[in-house]
Design a protein around this ligand. Structure first.
Ligand SMILES: *[C@@H]1O[C@H](CO)[C@@H](O)[C@H](O)[C@H]1NC(C)=O
Ligand SMILES: *[C@@H]1O[C@H](CO)[C@@H](O)[C@H](O)[C@H]1NC(C)=O
Ligand SMILES: *[C@@H]1O[C@H](CO)[C@@H](O)[C@H](O)[C@H]1NC(C)=O
Ligand SMILES: *[C@@H]1O[C@H](CO)[C@@H](O)[C@H](O)[C@H]1NC(C)=O
Ligand SMILES: *[C@@H]1O[C@H](CO)[C@@H](O)[C@H](O)[C@H]1NC(C)=O
Ligand SMILES: *[C@@H]1O[C@H](CO)[C@@H](O)[C@H](O)[C@H]1NC(C)=O
Ligand SMILES: *[C@@H]1O[C@H](CO)[C@@H](O)[C@H](O)[C@H]1NC(C)=O
Ligand SMILES: *[C@@H]1O[C@H](CO)[C@@H](O)[C@H](O)[C@H]1NC(C)=O
Ligand SMILES: *[C@@H]1O[C@H](CO)[C@@H](O)[C@H](O)[C@H]1NC(C)=O
Length: 443
């Protein structure tokens, strides 16, 4: 009896006292969101609101999105990461959807902190979706702005990390400055803006680590994470407008995210009942840091402890440095290279950086192109998976000059066969002859 009375009172209260702010999954024009209240996505997975990442005084407030159904505050997106808001007893910062259908964040003193700049028709709404995406929708249902286009440090399923061909606009992750400081840190993750064939983590403008060039740039690979039942579908998608990487998860997966940490590591994190468990990271070890083994060196990941080695026909530039674990000077040729040297096939390699992509070549043409050009020191070839929108499905990479950031990866996923020009190896066929005569002509 007492129980139903309480229930009755609760219902009455809800009916009589509608919450002062929007309490569902959206913000309509004129509605305001202030500290203390949140917007929760339809399925309850994500919340949008104000949070304070540290105990600093006066407390800095950020507008962000976090997981709503786990006990640990885990922020996946921040709007005003460069201009924190402050709470005061007299007035509060607020987020509202303006008459022009833009989200506008103002500080307690009325100062503008952050705003979207879409041209959306009146009567649009801002909706927090169950993917963690905050979208502004026009009345006809078109998305005119979305937070997924401006990721912060977290790569959620459905986000696209890539580049638009025409504008060169790139979506990148940028780390927090520190565990309690969402302002932009030095590390970023994104697609190589010159080749579109690989991704980097940069420290400022310096590469920190690099993924192997796609062996097919239109893959939708399935990557089974060890020790879990989660299947992660990682896809590299290229169409007329853009190239990007994205991923999705198998049904019923627990929360999973890639995060670029404030120490410059890309972690794959999975929520397991009470904590985030790291299930893979990049760079994986010292040896896999960009250029760690120096020019013409490579990191051998098939050894129990990954170690630096010299590519075939090369030796350490300084044996003393090398033996003392200083690899940055790399390796030098044992003997001078000649134009008629042949190629040695090195399977299951992560191809070096600084390649040139030759378009629309068959394997034979690719090999010939490198053979006949004396400055060409290596090549690698791959067929890319067929796609109707792809104009070119070949991938012929050639190198001249130093080979940097090579690895032996030891599994088939993402591995190239690298054809390396090796001194003293007999070349097959006519191309070496052509090559010699080219040299003679030049002299
Ligand atoms: C900000 O101030 C309001 C009103 O005093 C309070 O309800 C809210 O909890 C504060 N928010 C934070 C994040 O400190
Ligand atoms: C928004 O439009 C309403 C109705 O047209 C108007 O009363 C209000 O002043 C406008 N608000 C702003 C901030 O322009
Ligand atoms: C929906 O509205 C947007 C924004 O006003 C407009 O650009 C788009 O053409 C509309 N789409 C349809 C299908 O009406
Ligand atoms: C990033 O660069 C800074 C300065 O250039 C350097 O001090 C720091 O050690 C680098 N961090 C990493 C993780 O490489
Ligand atoms: C990749 O494959 C998965 C499973 O078949 C599918 O759900 C997903 O939409 C695909 N992704 C892309 C970008 O095609
Ligand atoms: C892998 O499974 C073992 C045994 O079930 C468990 O102890 C461990 O925590 C799991 N590791 C991860 C990364 O989930
Ligand atoms: C690719 O090369 C072939 C033969 O060299 C040529 O016929 C074809 O038009 C080329 N395709 C493209 C897209 O350049
Ligand atoms: C040989 O390769 C170099 C470097 O890739 C390139 O600049 C040059 O044009 C090539 N020469 C010929 C004849 O293809
Ligand atoms: C690429 O595809 C062509 C035609 O399907 C095939 O003949 C060739 O062997 C393939 N080459 C490689 C290196 O996979």
């Amino acid at each position: 009896m007492a129980w139903s009375a309480i229930q009755y009172t609760t219902v009455l209260l809800l009916v009589l006292l509608p919450p002062p702010c929007s309490s569902d999954d959206r913000l309509d024009p004129g509605e305001v969101l202030s500290p203390g209240s949140t917007i929760v996505s339809g399925g309850g997975g994500f919340a949008l609101g104000f949070f304070s990442p540290s105990n600093s005084t006066p407390s800095k407030l950020y507008l962000g999105i976090w997981y709503n159904d786990i006990p640990q505050l885990t922020v996946v997106w921040v709007a005003n990461r460069e201009s924190p808001a402050t709470n005061s007893t007299s007035s509060m910062p607020k987020l509202l959807l303006s008459n022009s259908s833009n989200l506008v964040l103002t500080n307690s003193d009325g100062r503008l902190l952050w705003t979207t700049s879409s041209s959306s028709p009146p009567a649009s709404t801002a909706v927090l979706l169950d993917t963690g995406n905050l979208v502004i929708r026009s009345p006809n249902g078109t998305t005119v702005w979305q937070s997924f286009d401006q990721p912060t440090d977290t790569f959620l399923p459905g986000i696209k990390i890539g580049i638009r061909y025409k504008t060169r606009a790139a979506a990148r992750l940028v780390s927090w400055k520190g565990p309690e400081d969402p302002s932009p840190g030095p590390f970023s993750f994104g697609m190589d803006p010159t080749t579109f064939l690989q991704t980097f983590i940069w420290n400022g403008t310096y590469p920190l680590t690099r993924t192997p060039p796609w062996t097919g740039y239109l893959v939708n690979g399935t990557q089974l994470q060890m020790n879990t039942s989660i299947i992660l579908y990682l896809a590299v998608v290229s169409n007329e407008e853009e190239i990007y990487i994205t991923y999705s998860l198998s049904d019923g997966s627990s929360h999973t995210r890639y995060v670029l940490t404030s120490s410059g590591e890309q972690n794959l994190q999975i929520w397991r009942s009470s904590a985030w468990v790291v299930d893979g990271k990049m760079p994986t070890n010292m040896c896999s840091r960009y250029g760690y083994c120096g020019p013409h060196g490579y990191c051998d990941n098939t050894d129990a402890i990954p170690t630096c080695k010299c590519l075939d026909s090369f030796e350490p530039t300084s044996l003393e440095d090398w033996n003392n674990g200083r690899f940055s000077q790399g390796c030098r040729r044992k003997e001078a290279q000649r134009c008629d040297d042949g190629f040695l096939a090195l399977p299951l390699m992560k191809s070096p950086d600084k390649f040139v992509l030759l378009e629309n070549r068959t394997y034979e043409e690719c090999e010939a192109e490198c053979s006949r050009n004396c400055t060409c020191v290596a090549y690698a070839y791959s067929n890319v998976s067929a796609s109707r929108s792809a104009r070119d499905t070949t991938r012929c990479l050639v190198w001249s000059g130093e080979l940097i950031d090579t690895e032996k990866i030891g599994n088939t996923a993402g591995g190239d066969t690298l054809y390396l020009r090796v001194a003293g190896l007999a070349a097959a066929g006519v191309f070496s002859v052509l090559c010699v005569s080219q040299i003679n002509l030049k002299r």
